[in-house]
Every structure is written in structure tokens, then in C-alpha cells.
Design a protein around this ligand. Structure first.
Ligand code: PXL
Length: 286
């Protein structure tokens, strides 16, 4: 009996050699959720689990050629955007995705790592706002990114709902703001649509510093959409998956823990925290 082919999801992202975040994390997540990821490398990084040393954006011409060649050959069920690396790449990717308006577009606006490594200039933020956010089906900022994208000074006490409203005014269908970085006992993730809050999900705050949680969540949403779910269910299922991957995280080096996107492939005993090197007390995630 022939099995159905996995849905194809195209990812634009930067390479993270640790495979904790970035392109590698996206591909692991998509594979774990039954999709086949196609990948366009937008930037290279030099990093370990403790931090990012160097970032080099790939030339925009190379980004365009990688993407066009794939898209002329294969039909994709969703497109996911992570780190783009330069204003030129943002403009190039915006033009490419504008040729596929029927394909759901998931934007994870990667502005910095949770460890504070900066990935985006003010020009990058303006370009994302002007060129990619308006075309997105769903944008998935954490609360820090939401405030920066909404052009709100971090010291201003503006409600996240107002940030969402400002982002929605630029044209995306949905904005999911994650609450990992907020000072709340539980992590509260809120999905906003043009008519207001669509859903709010609360999760037990896990005691660790995780690398690549945002990439996992956004890729899982892309996978769920590619698998045919509607946005609210896709967002719910993707959070559940991400929480499980974080709970099963392992700490392979001296820095942050890496979510185990294939947690389901291991036995329950394997997921014992101590046996996996334990998680850390610092709640920062990226
Ligand atoms: O987690 C955000 C992220 C995305 N993409 C790349 C990264 C990181 C965080 O370090 O390195 C390539």
C-alpha cells in the first residue's frame, strides 16, 4: 500500500550549527510532524549552545536562486520565514512570496536570540514591517519582539493587545504573541485576529533556558497548517508539541538546553530530566 507523500513546507532561515534553532530546528520539527522541509539558507552563523559568535548573510541573489529553483519544481503547502539576515534578503523574499499568495505564510520575526545576540537592525525591522508582515498569514513574535515590531519603546507600558492591534493593522491575518519572557507564573500565549482575541493558552512554565523554542513553535504551526488544520487548531496543536519538546529538552553542551523535537521516538524513562543533563534555572528562551 502506498502511503501519502508528506506535505512540503518551504523554510527561509539562517543556519544554526547546534541544530538547536534556525534552519536545522525547523527541518527537525517539520520532519517530526510528518512534513518534508525544503530549505533556503539565508544566513550562516557561528555559535554553540552558549551564544552566537558570527553571522554572515547570504547574498540576496543566492537566496532568490535557491528559492526559485525549488518553487518552479515543487508545490509547497506552507512557507515559513525565520532569520533573513539583511534588508536585501527581506526585500528578495518579500517579492518571492508575493508570487504565492494562496500559500499560508508563517513569519517568525527573529530579531534576537533569547541570549541577547542581536540579529536585526532597525532597518531590518522596518523592512519586515513594510514588506513581509502585510503578506503573512500569521506572525509569531515573543512579547519582546512584538513590542519592537510595534515600534513601542521597551520602557513604555503598552499592553500586548495593543501591540497585536498595531501589527494587525499592517495586514497579517493573525498575530500569536508568546509570553515566555513575561513575568507571569504561567506562560500565556495569545492568538489575535482582526476581531480580537481568538484564543489564549496557558502553559506550565518549565524551569530551563531553551534554545530554539520560537523556531519550533513557528515550524510546528507551519506543519499543522500544511497538514490541513485551521489556524486556531494549528496554533493549539503546535503549542502542545512545543511544550512536549521543551519538557524533553537535553543539554548537550555548557549553554542552553535544546528541545527534543523527536521526544515521541524515545521511551518515557529517557525523558527523565536528570538523565538528560537537566535543565537550567535561567528562564530565558529563544
Ligand atoms: O531562535 C532564533 C534563531 C533563529 N535562527 C538562527 C538562530 C537563532 C537563535 O540563536 O541562531 C539561525
Amino acid at each position: 500500500m502506498l502511503l501519502p507523500a508528506p506535505p512540503l513546507v518551504l523554510v527561509f532561515a539562517g543556519s544554526d550549527p547546534t541544530a538547536g534553532a534556525g534552519l536545522q530546528a525547523d527541518l527537525l520539527t517539520l520532519g517530526s510532524l510528518g512534513c518534508h522541509g525544503l530549505s533556503v539558507v539565508t544566513a550562516l552563523t557561528v555559535q554553540d549552545t552558549a551564544g552566537v559568535e558570527q553571522v554572515m548573510a547570504v547574498d540576496a541573489d543566492w537566496v532568490v536562486d535557491q528559492a526559485r529553483q525549488l518553487l518552479e519544481d515543487m508545490a509547497v503547502a506552507a512557507i515559513k520565514i525565520g532569520m533573513l539576515g539583511s534588508v536585501e534578503n527581506i526585500a528578495a523574499v518579500a517579492e518571492i512570496v508575493s508570487d504565492y499568495p494562496e500559500v499560508p505564510l508563517i513569519l517568525d520575526p527573529v530579531l534576537a536570540s533569547g541570549r541577547g545576540d542581536e540579529f536585526a537592525t532597525e532597518d531590518d525591522i522596518a523592512a519586515l514591517h513594510e514588506l513581509i508582515i502585510p503578506q503573512s498569514t500569521i506572525v509569531t513574535p515573543n512579547s519582546i519582539e512584538a513590542r519592537r515590531l510595534a515600534q513601542v519603546d521597551a520602557s513604555d507600558d503598552i499592553a500586548l493587545a495593543d501591540c497585536a492591534a498595531r501589527l494587525l493593522a499592517a495586514g497579517p491575518e493573525y498575530v500569536l504573541i508568546t509570553g515566555t519572557h513575561e513575568n507571569s507564573p504561567q506562560v500565556v500565549n495569545t492568538l489575535y485576529g482582526t476581531a480580537g482575541v481568538v484564543r489564549e493558552d496557558r502553559w506550565e512554565r518549565l524551569p530551563g533556558a531553551y534554545h530554539g523554542s520560537g523556531c519550533t513553535l513557528a515550524s510546528a504551526i507551519a506543519a499543522m497548517l500544511a497538514n490541513g488544520l485551521e489556524i486556531p487548531e494549528a496554533v493549539r496543536e503546535a503549542q502542545e508539541y512545543t511544550w512536549q519538546a521543551l519538557r524533553a529538552a537535553f543539554r548537550p553542551g555548557m549553554g542552553q538546553s535544546i528541545p527534543d523535537r523527536f521526544f515521541w521516538a524515545r521511551t518515557v524513562d529517557d525523558v527523565d530530566e536528570a538523565a538528560r543533563g537537566g535543565a537550567r534555572d535561567d528562564p530565558a528562551t529563544d
